[in-house]
Design a protein around this ligand. Structure first.
Ligand code: SAJ
Length: 434
């Protein structure tokens, strides 16, 4: 197939890098977003999210003339849906008394509906948004059938998961292997042809539901493995062991690769996607469900740890370092660090949060520091919540000169305990028992 022009619906963390990468590889792209503010920002050559290299990539794409942006879809040879699939905030499923979260597919539904009036015979439609199994067949195909055209007969329809790691999106988009699952083999082939315009990794063709499962399996596998790391941290705490040392020793075994414990699992992927399996088959997913619960309650474990270090939190002033869901990104979605701050405050602590990637973040009930010094001023304790590179290189002597507080609490193994103790700090670390 020859793809002269494609339309990408959703200009977020996946859609925007994908649009600019297609454009810089010679494909005409119309990037579409329902948020007019995002479209205007891009039209002025600015971007609304932080991802290393993205600003330059978008600029190059716009300057090439291949990327244009709009709030409206137009006729094209191919369409890619890359909108978010969060879960409902106030709606839950229930299985044997166990509550589970439910996917909110409204953005995917709206994006598919926006394609109906511009869909033509011979087009290709690809869903990239992470979705519960069978979404392509049972949600997207029927919506698009309202155009009078049938998926697999009149147009090609496929599911292709993105697998890029925030922080490395532009490189991984090109280098990672890509799975393309079609509702027919011809649909998979058409999808593979489209991605071959820039993907250097292997492009593997399969069916749509397999591709949907592949995506969910990848992130669920990671979630379950982080859950066991968190549980090991609880055990190490109980038995007077340093979990970080124990993990590094266990990982010397040739077939063991334990991940890192921490304050919990955040972001819009790993903390969300396993729920799509649970929702689709709660009777078959007790392990996945329990792992989600372990990771979701990890912020409460951090609260207990802080209480152990500081006693009652009433009136205690805490400098919280990092609010992002993981190191060196600006994304605060589902961030366990944010939840930890809320929990500390509920116990009476006065928390000032410093997030260098989002200093102006506007989070209900959270006081943001304007810089590190501001966070430290008058603090009783310094709490490390995210392993941002600039936090791991902090010098305890420098910190000591800016605050009288001498309690350092590390939830991510970011600090050299001896160095901090040597400067007079009492150090409490997640997963390190006494
Ligand atoms: N985390 C830990 N311990 C670890 C690793 C991560 O607690 O050892 C936490 C992080 O701090 C963060 C969360 O887990 O809060 C998720 O971070 P992550 O780096 O594991 O993953 P994401 O959500 O940024 O990106 C994942 C990736 N999937 C896998 O690695 C299987 C990425 O490739 C996917 O494209 C992305 O989800 C997605 O969009 O689905």
């Amino acid at each position: 197939m020859n793809f002269k022009k494609i339309c990408i619906l959703g200009l977020g963390y996946i859609g925007l890098p994908t649009a600019s990468t297609f454009a810089t590889h010679g494909v005409k792209v119309l990037g579409v977003d329902v948020n007019s503010h995002i479209v205007e920002t891009l039209q002025h050559g600015e971007i609304h999210i932080y991802e290393p290299g993205l600003r330059d990539a978008v600029k190059a794409a716009l300057n090439s003339g291949n990327l244009t942006v709009s709030t409206q879809a137009e006729e094209a040879d191919g369409f890619i849906i890359a909108v978010p699939t969060p879960f409902h905030q106030n709606k839950y499923g229930n299985f044997n008394g166990q509550e589970f979260k439910l996917a909110d597919m409204s953005a995917v539904t709206s994006a598919a509906e926006a394609i109906i009036p511009v869909l033509r015979k011979g087009n290709l439609v690809i869903l990239e948004s992470t979705s519960p199994p069978r979404t392509t067949l049972e949600l997207i195909a029927p919506i698009l059938a309202r155009s009078g055209l049938q998926a697999g007969r009149d147009f090609y329809l496929a599911y292709s998961p993105e697998r890029v790691l925030p922080g490395q999106i532009l490189r991984e988009l090109i280098e990672n292997a890509r799975v393309v699952g079609g509702v027919t083999p011809e649909s998979a082939k058409a999808g593979a042809e489209l991605y071959s315009s820039f993907v250097k990794g292997e492009i593997i063709q399969t069916d749509a539901t397999t591709a949907e499962m592949v995506k969910l399996m990848e992130n669920t596998y990671r979630d379950v493995n982080i859950a066991i790391a968190n549980e090991f941290a609880h055990l190490a705490d109980k038995f007077g062991v340093d979990v970080w040392e124990a993990i590094s020793l266990a990982n010397r075994h040739p077939r063991v690769k334990i991940l890192n414990p921490g304050p919990g699992v955040g972001g819009h992927c790993i903390s969300v996607d396993p729920w799509f399996f649970v929702e689709s088959a709660p009777e078959l997913t007790p392990l996945i469900y329990t792992s989600r619960k372990v990771n979701d309650t990890q912020p409460q474990y951090v609260l207990k740890m802080v209480q152990r270090a500081l006693g009652s939190l009433k009136g205690k002033r805490i400098a919280a370092l990092g609010l992002a869901y993981k190191p060196d990104v600006d994304d605060l979605r589902e961030s366990p660090a944010v939840e930890v701050v809320h929990l500390l405050q509920a116990e009476g602590a006065q928390v000032k949060a410093w997030e260098p990637f989002r200093p102006d973040a506007d989070l209900e009930g959270i006081t943001m520091a304007s810089n590190l010094d501001d966070a430290l001023k008058g603090s009783d304790a310094i709490l490390l919540l995210v392993r941002h590179a600039e936090f791991t290189t902090l010098k305890p002597a420098d910190i000591a000169s800016k605050t009288m507080g001498r309690a350092a609490i590390d939830t991510v193994n970011g600090w050299d305990v001896k160095e901090w103790q040597g400067t007079g700090f009492t150090v409490t670390r997640l997963g390190v028992g006494e």
